[in-house]
Design a protein around this ligand. Structure first.
Ligand SMILES: [Zn+2]
Ligand SMILES: [Zn+2]
Length: 282
């Protein structure tokens, strides 16, 4: 009986154990980069971010144990549906002709283009309450990428659905997801780097920090994850210099991770249930 229970607990917690290894490596890498960039101040900054980091860690656990597996099933069903109902472009010969790495490059460039517009939509009135969860971290670190409401995370899969509809192979979709995920950690990192001339083409930690600004106009800019060219092309690029303004959102997000999960549901419920004023004509 006890061995069955141990086995069941082991199986249930397997996804969590699987994410802990890569997260530990990332924690070491970004701690090293922060020390290189800021010296001992990196330690003080990490201590100041401890409260926000705890909320992010709780959300990682929920994602690994519940949200991630559910979204993976949903994604497989959608991609399977596209194939079954012939909703994918027949581009297999194009990818075979291009070869593996150019195909991955196409997936990453197009994926970031789709991601740019999807992210702009997440800042619209009705989608913002869920996206506000990601923005509510007042001490942005690489780990802040993990702070995402399940509804917001589900919406982010739209990029993959569009890439799949274009007929890109599953391995190219997987490579794009990896690039976006790890580059996403980098642009959220607490590093004062603009990347110099490379910043004309690719996104930098300073550029994305402005996107998380609480009060200033920078918060309505810098939507892409990997390439800064999309923001330059569509007039949303903003990087006046190093970003030292307050980060976060103006909304009250409630307490801890539970408050974060409940926040958009409360906002939407309030908006839908608000009594409408009826104009009576005489
Ligand atoms: Zn945003
Ligand atoms: Zn962000």
């Amino acid at each position: 009986m006890a061995s069955h229970l141990t086995e069941a607990v082991g199986r249930l917690t397997q996804p969590l154990v699987a994410v802990l290894g890569p997260l530990a490596v990332c924690a070491l890498v970004f701690a090293g980069l922060a020390w290189l960039a800021k010296g001992p101040r990196a330690l003080a900054d990490a201590r100041a971010a401890a409260g926000e980091t705890k909320i992010n860690a709780a959300m990682v656990a929920v994602d690994a144990l519940a949200v991630g597996p559910l979204l993976a099933i949903g994604m497989a069903a959608v991609v399977g549906g596209l194939t079954t109902y012939g909703l994918q472009l027949d581009t297999a010969r194009l990818w075979a002709w291009l070869g593996r790495w150019p195909t991955v490059a196409v997936a990453v460039v197009l994926g970031d283009f789709f991601g740019y517009w999807r992210h702009r939509a997440q800042h619209s009135r009705w989608l913002w309450p869920a996206h506000a969860v990601h923005h509510s971290d007042t001490r942005l670190t690489w780990f802040s990428l993990e702070r995402m409401h399940p509804i917001d995370r589900a919406g982010s899969l739209l990029d993959m659905v569009l890439l799949s509809a274009l007929g890109l192979p599953v391995w190219a979709l997987a490579a794009n997801a990896l690039v976006r995920h790890y580059y996403g950690y980098f642009v959220h990192a607490d590093l004062p780097w603009t990347l110099g001339k490379a910043g004309w083409v690719i996104n930098s930690p300073v550029m994305h920090r402005w996107h998380h600004a609480r009060d200033v106009e920078g918060s309505g800019h810098n939507f892409a994850t990997v390439f800064s060219v999309w923001d330059r092309a569509f007039g949303t690029y903003y990087q006046p210099g190093p970003c030292a303004v307050p980060l976060g959102v103006r909304e009250d997000m409630g307490d801890g991770a539970l408050g974060q999960y409940a926040h958009p549901l409360k906002v939407w419920a309030r908006a839908l249930l608000r009594p409408r004023r009826v104009e009576l004509s005489s």
